[in-house]
Design a protein around this ligand. Structure first.
Ligand code: AMP
Ligand code: ZN
Length: 484
């Protein structure tokens, strides 16, 4: 498998440190508000990467943090904690804000069929680990005190910013030229960053005592402390959105590698932005949509998933409702193809069955080969559509046998192990094809369950049973159904 590594900016053959076991860390969400679908673009594409690794037979240990303290409104160590501000605005505690939006985020991941990480550590639960790291860095001479906290002296870490391809000097002059760099008294270089921020006297929540005074951790510190804790000093893959390439990830590297002397991660994978009219989707640009907004407009969460994976992860993707509608239509086409395969009953023996199956096999291999080439999703999806065309033509001619339909469905379901579009719900071996109404009800039920609305899910189960004769069962992989 080939993977583009931001460290070195080239595609490399993927080789895990420990044979078949892969350690993967993704920088998680800051839970001060609902995630927007730009954030979720990153998480869906990281999910695809993880599924490709799993499909290749690797066992993946996936860690994704939850940021509930320390993420400031400005990257320049000025501004306020995003959670503290939201708590004041909503007149709630920071804990309440964090718990509320963490719940929404987890629901969003379920709705988008993202495989749950193995560990989702909260920053605020790991303050002792972070303080230990601060001490190690202090002992090694990387830290100094400025007016509002303890800072990492980036000039002391050899190769600071190596991920960016820029020198220490270039990085500093870039920040000088950039807009709005608020000065922190005593800060030595623009690239220096706080590992520990002093609390002001009125701060009551999410502040801790430390040998450096009462305060809270700098945002970058949690990822260094928690990735090392759950994956070891040196692990395989580190992911994040492309905005982490210039500051957050170089700072994580400086802290972790400064403390351990070991390389932090072998592969750095960055997902490009979801944009609206060419502008990054972000809360500050006021151009965000949440999953809830998308569902409220009647869209299927799986159509959103398909949309978010429709471009290569290294290219920007522009969000419009027309484009989402396009993914919705594409998804209906895929689902109805699966349903048509379900309804094939013919036991006729075709003399060219073997050739047909070989063709399916070749297309399926192309699909996985494209994914193994730096997760080239658009090309993989186009392979899947070729399979649908080839098998669709045979279906249309009325010559397809049940065995052939099963082979086509099996290939589709295998592809779905990476796509995660719940195709299994639209294929019932030997069953009759679902009507549009039936499949809409099944989808609505799956959505209700993912949202935890079990009473609605039970109601729909009853309607499916009584009105349509469809028996629905819930399994670990989601709901399955059969005709009575
Ligand atoms: P944050 O909560 O700000 O730390 O962001 C969570 C994740 O979403 C990070 O990996 C960001 O890089 C990523 N992200 C933020 N905005 C976008 C966007 N518009 N498109 C893609 N990823 C994004
Ligand atoms: Zn991080």
């Amino acid at each position: 498998m080939m993977l583009y590594n931001s460290m070195g900016r080239r595609k490399q053959r993927f080789r895990p440190i420990d044979g078949r076991n892969v350690g993967m860390y993704t920088c998680g969400i800051t839970v001060y508000y609902s995630a927007h679908i730009g954030n979720l673009r990153s998480y869906v594409n990281q999910d695809i990467l993880k599924r490709v690794l799993l499909r290749n037979g690797y066992s993946v240990r996936h860690v994704q943090n939850i940021t509930d303290v320390g993420h400031l409104t400005s990257d320049a160590d000025s501004g306020d904690d995003k959670l503290r501000l939201e708590a004041e605005k909503e007149r709630k505690s920071m804990r309440e804000i964090a718990d509320f939006y963490t719940g929404i985020y987890l629901d969003d991941l379920k709705l988008l069929n993202v495989l749950m990480p193995d560990v989702m550590p909260r920053a605020s639960d790991h303050i002792p680990d972070m303080l230990k790291l601060v001490k190690e860095l202090g002992d090694k001479g990387f830290l100094y005190q400025a007016s509002n906290g303890i800072y990492f002296d980036t000039s002391r870490f050899k190769g600071y910013g190596k991920l960016t391809g820029m020198s220490f000097k270039q990085l500093n002059s870039r920040l000088k030229e950039g807009a709005r760099v608020e000065k922190v008294e005593g800060k030595r270089h623009l690239t220096d960053f706080a590992v520990w921020r002093f609390a002001s006297p009125e701060m009551r929540e999410m502040v801790w005592d430390s040998p450096w005074g009462r305060g809270f951790p700098g945002w970058h510190l949690e990822c260094s402390a928690m990735s090392m804790k759950y994956l070891g000093n040196h692990f395989d893959v580190h992911c994040g959105g492309i905005d982490h390439l210039m500051i957050h990830h170089p700072n994580e590297i400086a802290q972790s590698e400064g403390a351990t002397g070991e390389r932090l991660a072998n592969y750095w994978v960055h997902c490009e932005f979801l944009v609206v009219d060419g502008k990054k989707m972000s809360k500050s640009a006021k151009n965000i949509y949440t999953v809830k907004d998308i569902l409220a407009k009647g869209h299927n969460p799986m159509a959103l998933r398909l949309f978010l994976m429709s471009a290569n992860y290294r290219q920007t993707l522009n969000f419009t409702f027309e484009a989402l509608k396009g993914s919705e239509n594409e998804l209906s086409g895929i689902y109805s193809f699966m349903e048509r395969l379900s309804s094939v009953h013919s036991t006729a023996l075709n003399e060219d069955t073997a050739a047909f199956k070989r063709q399916l096999g070749a297309i399926k291999r192309r699909f996985f080969a494209r994914l193994n080439d730096d997760v080239s999703m658009p090309e993989a999806l186009s392979a899947m559509h070729s399979l649908m065309n080839v098998a669709g033509a045979r279906l249309g001619s009325g010559r397809m046998s049940r065995g052939e339909a099963r082979a086509a469905a099996k290939a589709m379901l295998e592809m779905d192990s990476v796509l995660g579009l719940n195709l299994g719900r639209h294929y019932a071996i030997g069953g009759a094809a679902l009507s549009a109404e039936e499949s809409a009800l099944l989808d609505e039920r799956a959505t209700a369950r993912a949202k935890g609305d079990f009473s609605r899910a039970d109601e729909i189960r009853k309607v499916l049973m009584e009105k349509y004769g469809i028996i629905v069962e819930d399994t670990k992989e989601g709901q399955i159904f059969r005709r009575k």
